[in-house]
Design a protein around this ligand. Structure first.
Ligand code: SF4
Length: 476
């Protein structure tokens, strides 16, 4: 049993990042474990987790499991979790509560936990006490060992915990089964060294490790030759890409430039910490039309006092300077953000400064959250002196403003024709298609299924706060 240790995960030593490029070969003894059996994966949280789940799917299929959409039919259930907010913890434990009865019906069912929650001591201790009926917990650093961990759990007939609390390596060549045939997530780095005071990610994902440029470019070129139209370069803080290279001067603007030469039609990147956003990046984005004019630039608060308590390393003024620089340089840039309300010691005045910066920036969209203390982080030790009622009331006021500007941003597109990558059918049904504009706006589209997988011109016929409606014009 290898238990997580948050304090170990926090350490940043001099140990060299190993890049493991061995071909992925599964032992024959593991290949038939899932024969005639089904798997179900529930993914919580960010795009990194969605991408990790694509590898979990591939690993399970290498073991001969097949996918099911119904967790009650599954022989193996894997919850790929997120630790960023308490409500995800509650959802995960709620899901485990619903799964437990299946163990009574099908004793051989295997239930596992992966993702950021598995790196938290408090979570694994709770599982060992109250969820002993589970079969395994696997950490983020050793996720490629899923087949071996499942094998151990089956042999042991008891709870197997394998969580590494190290700074982290880079494992290339882990198989992947992508959810889309047209757009792909491409990890460019793992971990984060920013240690914002509220954030658990530097503990659960380890130190910043950038993938080598040649490995990323090779992956994108393969995607191009497989017919992919769009890649999203992923990392917790992509703008810091390359800062951890010991003997290579190569940064995010270099990477964007090189990826733009691969022939991929659309490039996006998330998530950007404003601190590391450089003028060179803006220039490269401006010069290369296949880098999309969409920026997710988390501000978190409009108050300098709160930003300092959060350890965000920028202030209101420097954020605004960057915001305006991007808007000035990139024609039709859209900028979305993240905002936390109710951080410890946030006064009404501080909150009004957040409303004020939203009024000033008129964000095209914002993901808004109530502050949620994470055990082990510095902010969790600060006195959380606001009632939930106050936090909820602030969130409502903020959301009303955010929705207003999101709608106004969408209204500018009414009757305009915009490029949309059609990804498939919309949840709306009735043969409606869906896709995203270059500026990352969701559009429900009247069109033909022959448009799926293509970037087509769409005339916007109606707007809502969070989506658009349109119809395909002048496509084949
Ligand atoms: S930059 Fe992002 S991932 Fe890193 S500590 Fe701050 S909030 Fe967390």
């Amino acid at each position: 049993m290898k238990m997580p240790n948050l304090m170990e995960s926090k350490k940043r030593g001099q140990s060299k990042v190993e890049i493991i490029r061995d071909d992925f070969v599964l032992d024959d003894s593991l290949k038939k474990i899932g024969k005639d059996k089904k798997y179900y994966i529930k993914t919580y949280g960010c795009q990194m987790n969605l991408r990790d789940s694509e590898s979990f799917k591939a690993l399970l299929e290498e073991m001969s499991y097949t996918a099911t959409d119904n967790y009650e039919d599954a022989d193996i259930l894997l919850l790929n979790t997120c630790a960023i907010r308490e409500n995800v913890h509650n959802k995960v434990f709620g899901m485990l509560g619903r799964i437990k009865h299946l163990k009574g019906k099908k004793p051989n069912i295997i239930v596992g936990l992966a993702g950021c929650m598995s790196q938290e001591e408090v979570v694994v201790e709770k599982i060992l006490k109250k969820y002993k009926w589970m079969d395994f917990v696997i950490g983020t650093h050793n996720m490629h060992r899923l087949p071996q961990v499942i094998d151990e759990a089956i042999k042991k007939r008891g709870l197997e915990v394998e969580v590494w609390s190290k700074e982290g390596d880079i494992i290339e060549n882990v198989p992947v089964k992508r959810d889309s045939k047209y757009k792909a997530w491409v990890n460019i780095m793992y971990g984060c060294d920013k240690f914002c005071t509220y954030c658990i990610v530097p503990y659960t994902r380890g130190k910043q490790r950038s993938r080598m440029p040649e490995d990323i470019i090779k992956e994108v070129k393969e995607l191009v030759s497989d017919g992919y139209k769009e890649v999203t370069l992923l990392g917790q803080n992509v703008n810091a890409y390359g800062k951890d290279f010991a003997n290579l001067k190569y940064n995010m603007s270099n990477l964007l430039e090189d990826v733009s030469k691969t022939g991929i039609e659309r490039i996006r990147f998330v998530t950007s910490h404003p601190w590391d956003f450089t003028d060179d990046m803006i220039e490269v984005i401006k010069q290369n039309k296949n880098i999309m004019p969409y920026f997710h630039l988390p501000i978190q608060s409009g108050s300098d006092k709160v930003l300092k308590l959060m350890g965000r390393r920028y202030n209101r003024q420097s954020y605004l300077e960057l915001f305006n620089k991007i808007k000035k340089a990139i024609r039709n840039a859209t900028i979305t953000t993240d905002i936390i309300v109710g951080f410890p010691n946030e006064t009404e005045e501080d909150f009004k400064e957040t409303l004020d910066i939203v009024d000033e920036c008129k964000f095209d969209g914002a993901y808004t959250f109530i502050y949620s203390p994470r055990a082990g982080t510095p902010a969790a030790k600060m006195q959380d002196n606001l009632s939930l009622m106050e936090k909820e009331e602030r969130l409502q006021r903020l959301n009303a403003l955010v929705n207003k500007y999101s709608r106004l941003s969408n209204e500018k597109l009414l009757n305009q024709t915009v490029p949309v990558l059609i990804e498939g059918y919309s949840e709306k049904g009735n043969d409606t298609l869906m896709g995203y504009t270059d500026t990352f706006k969701l559009v429900n589209v009247v069109g033909d299924k022959k448009h799926i997988g293509k970037i087509v011109n769409v005339e916007i016929t109606d707007v809502k706060s969070w989506s658009l409606n349109g119809r395909v014009v002048d496509a084949d």
